[in-house]
Design a protein around this ligand. Sequence first.
Ligand code: SF4
Length: 215
Amino acid sequence: MKKFIKILDTLEDNQDTTMLGKMQKKHDAFKILIATMLSARTRDEQSEPAAERLFAVYDTPMKIANAPLPKLEVLVKSTGFYKEKAKRIRMASQQILDRHYGEVPDNMTDLVALEGVGRKTAGCVMVYAFGKHAIPVDTHVHRISNRLGVVSTKTPEQTEMALEKITPKNWWLRVNELLVRHGKTICFPRNPNCPACPVKKYCDYYGDVYKPAHK
Ligand code: SF4
């Protein structure tokens, strides 16, 4: 869809500012997987330091799989649901050792088979760790795609499928970074800053909510 390409093009400035965007190319796939798991339902400001604290002590599947659970819990405590996350990162680390010789798999099927790894996390690993084509859809990507009117979907899974159909492959690796960044800086879940939005002329929400008020 031409409209979506114009939107992506407008948002693109080659500056990666999300946690995963910054980690891309600087960290290995295992750290990107664990950082993504820690970031679920948590702001970057809380999950980033937790990942740093964790990796300063335990930075490989072997080390995390063998770490005492209470120690992991303390290290990731600044993230939401930290007890569950500590358990899951330890179990996923063990599975990576058992099933994949300590290497993070680079495909959706094997990634989603790991404990605590859903399609969004798996997609993030494929994109940010391996540069493989995927469109990870979190709450930002789901919300903004629907506001813009490029999809009309009820769940992130439906959004993922819909975006895959309308997005040329050369844009797949950028969709998550661009829309997540837009969601954190302008298109907030509540009270989006539409007047300052660089893509408002393409946006259905803006057309519906703002334009009538100025007629
Ligand atoms: S115009 Fe408003 S709702 Fe539309 S993308 Fe921009 S910030 Fe979001």
